[in-house]
Design a protein around this ligand. Structure first.
Ligand SMILES: [Zn+2]
Ligand SMILES: [Zn+2]
Length: 157
């Protein structure tokens, strides 16, 4: 399962027109003021070790689940949502609760995906992590060695 080939398998079945299963997941921020529901096809699940993810998450890597295509619905507290776009980044925006700072999902138009910070989920993730990306930026103390595929930089497309 953790051989990093899932993304290819998923895109091939898309081209063949096989219906992928739609999944709905619920999540919330740390204080519970913001709640969301996301519906789509779980496609990719990466641990991202890039410096932006480290700064934004305060830990060794972000664990991001990619849904595609999909719908993101705020079921509570939408007015609490804050965002910070890294000025020099093409599309790195941190979305978080203005009260507790907990990270929240974002819609990324450029890659037609919803990126879910997996730790914000109240439901279990529908797929397992597939790879570690931006491993070149990994902090020396960060977890590793679990047999997942490792990519020096960006994710396999
Ligand atoms: Zn909150
Ligand atoms: Zn990252």
């Amino acid at each position: 399962m953790s051989n990093g080939r899932m993304p290819y398998a998923a895109s091939i079945s898309d081209r063949l027109g096989n219906p992928m299963s739609q999944t709905t997941l619920k999540g919330s921020c740390l204080c519970g003021a913001v709640m969301y529901e996301v519906t789509g096809e779980p496609k990719r699940f990466f641990h991202c070790h890039c410096s932006r993810c480290r700064k934004a998450s305060g830990t060794g890597h972000a664990s991001n689940l990619f849904f595609q295509p999909g719908a993101l619905k705020w079921s509570r507290g939408e007015e609490q949502i804050r965002s910070f776009k890294v000025p020099e980044a093409k599309r790195f925006t941190n979305i978080f609760c203005g009260t507790c700072g907990g990270r929240l999902p974002r819609q990324v138009k450029e890659i037609d995906a919803i990126v879910i910070p997996c730790g914000s989920l109240d439901d279990d993730a529908p797929i397992k992590p597939q790879a570690r990306i931006f491993h070149e930026s990994r902090a020396s103390w960060s977890c590793t060695g679990d047999g997942l595929s490792v990519y020096r930089e960006g994710p396999p497309l």
